[in-house]
Design a protein around this ligand. Structure first.
Ligand code: TRP
Length: 336
C-alpha cells in the first residue's frame, strides 16, 4: 500500500448515472483501483455551487451515485470512498489555495465561461453565479491536493480543470519555495466518448441517456429512439453503417467482433431493418448491464449501507488529508 502512487477522482451527486459515466469514467476507476492507492468521492460541496437552493434531493442523489459506483465494481475494500463535506481538511486547504490563485486564472476557466453564457442565454438571474461557483476549480484543486495525488482519472471534459490544478500546485511550490505538492496529472480512458441516443453529448438533462439502473423495458424503449443512418428511410433501402452515428457506434461497444460485422453486412444488404437492429442492440445492452443491475438491486436492500461506507471511507480519507494539511500549515509558516 505504502509504495503505490495515489489517484483520486469524484463526481457531483447528480443522481442516477448513465452509460457515458460508466464507459467514460467508472470502468477506468475500476481498472485502476488495484494498481493505485485510490480515493473516490462524491462532491456534495460542488453540487452547492449551482444547487445551493435545491438540497431536498441531495441525500437521494448521493446514494444513487454511490450505488451505481458499487454496482459498477468500485470496491470499498480496495478504494477509499468518501463524501467531500465529511473531510473538512479539504475546506481548509481550499482557503490556502484560494489566497494564491490569481483571479484571472479562475476567470479563464472554460467550463465557467460556458456556464455563464448558458445562464445569460436562458436569461437566468446572474446573481446565481456565486462567489463559490467561481471557486469551483480551486475547490477541485483542493480535492486533488488533499491527498497530494499523482493522477486524476477523469473524462475529457474535466481535463482543463486538472490542468489548472497543476498550475496551482506549481505556484504554491514556487511561492513557498518548496516541492511539497506533486503536480497532478489527468489520466484519460481509451474509450471514445459515448454519444447520447440523439447523437449529441450524453447527458441527464438532454433526455438522451441510458441509465445503469434503467430496467430492460425502459432501455429497449429508449434505444428505439436512437439515431441510425439518416439516409436509410425504408426497411428495404440499403444502409451504410459508417453513417449510422449512434446505433452502429453502440454495436461496436456492446457487440463481439463477429456480431458487429454480421450486423454491418445485414445493414448494407438490407436484410435487417433499423427497428430489428435496435431491438437486438437493446438486448445486448441489457445483457451487458444485467450483472450491474442485479448487484444494484441487491445492495438497495441494505438501507444503511451507503451511510456506512461513506462514514468509514471519510474517516480513512481524513487521516491522509490531515497529514497533507499539517504539512501545508508548516510550509506556509502559520503560527503554531
Ligand atoms: N468537476 C467534477 C465533475 O463535475 C467533479 C469533481 C470535483 C472532481 N472535484 C474533483 C473530479 C476532483 C476529479 C477530481 O464531474
Amino acid at each position: 500500500m505504502e509504495n503505490k502512487k495515489r489517484i483520486m477522482s469524484g463526481m457531483r451527486p447528480t443522481g442516477k448515472l448513465h452509460l457515458g459515466h460508466y464507459f467514460g469514467v467508472l470502468k477506468n476507476w475500476v481498472n485502476l483501483q488495484d494498481e493505485f492507492e485510490s480515493y473516490f468521492f462524491i462532491a456534495d460541496w460542488h453540487a452547492l455551487t449551482t444547487k445551493y437552493n435545491q438540497t431536498d434531493d441531495l441525500r437521494q442523489n448521493i446514494e444513487d451515485v454511490l450505488l451505481d459506483w458499487l454496482a459498477s465494481g468500485i470496491d470499498p475494500d480496495k478504494s477509499t470512498i468518501y463524501l467531500q463535506s465529511w473531510v473538512k481538511e479539504t475546506a481548509a486547504l481550499h482557503i490556502y489555495l484560494s489566497m494564491i490563485t490569481p483571479q484571472n486564472w479562475v476567470e479563464r476557466d472554460p467550463t465557467l465561461k460556458d456556464l455563464a453564457k448558458i445562464m445569460k442565454d436562458k436569461q437566468e438571474n446572474m446573481s446565481n453565479l456565486s462567489y463559490g461557483l467561481f471557486g469551483y476549480p480551486v475547490l477541485m484543486t483542493a480535492d486533488i491536493l488533499t491527498f497530494n495525488t499523482h493522477f486524476v482519472p477523469v473524462g475529457i471534459d474535466q481535463v482543463a480543470h486538472v490542468e489548472l490544478s497543476r498550475d496551482i500546485a506549481r505556484r504554491f511550490n514556487n511561492i513557498y519555495k518548496t516541492d511539497y505538492f506533486i503536480e497532478p496529472q489527468p489520466k484519460l480512458t481509451q474509450i471514445p466518448l459515448l454519444k447520447g441516443l440523439d447523437g449529441n453529448k450524453m447527458g441527464k438533462s438532454f433526455n438522451n441517456d441510458i441509465k445503469i439502473s434503467d430496467s430492460d423495458e425502459i432501455t429497449e424503449k429508449k434505444v428505439k429512439t436512437a439515431i441510425t443512418d439518416r439516409n436509410r428511410i425504408r426497411k428495404d433501402d440499403k444502409g451504410n453503417p459508417d453513417n449510422c452515428e449512434v446505433v452502429f457506434e453502440y454495436w461496436k461497444i456492446f457487440g463481439r467482433d463477429d456480431e458487429v460485422s454480421e450486423i454491418s453486412t445485414a445493414c448494407k444488404n438490407a436484410s435487417i431493418g433499423c427497428a430489428e437492429c435496435k431491438k437486438r442492440l437493446a438486448q445486448k445492452i441489457n445483457a451487458t448491464l444485467a450483472p450491474l443491475r442485479e448487484k444494484r438491486n441487491e445492495l438497495l436492500k441494505d438501507k444503511g449501507l451507503c451511510h456506512q461506507i461513506l462514514t468509514e471511507g471519510s474517516k480513512k480519507a481524513g487521516i491522509k488529508a490531515k497529514e497533507v494539511l499539517d504539512g501545508v500549515v508548516e510550509v506556509v509558516k502559520m503560527y503554531k
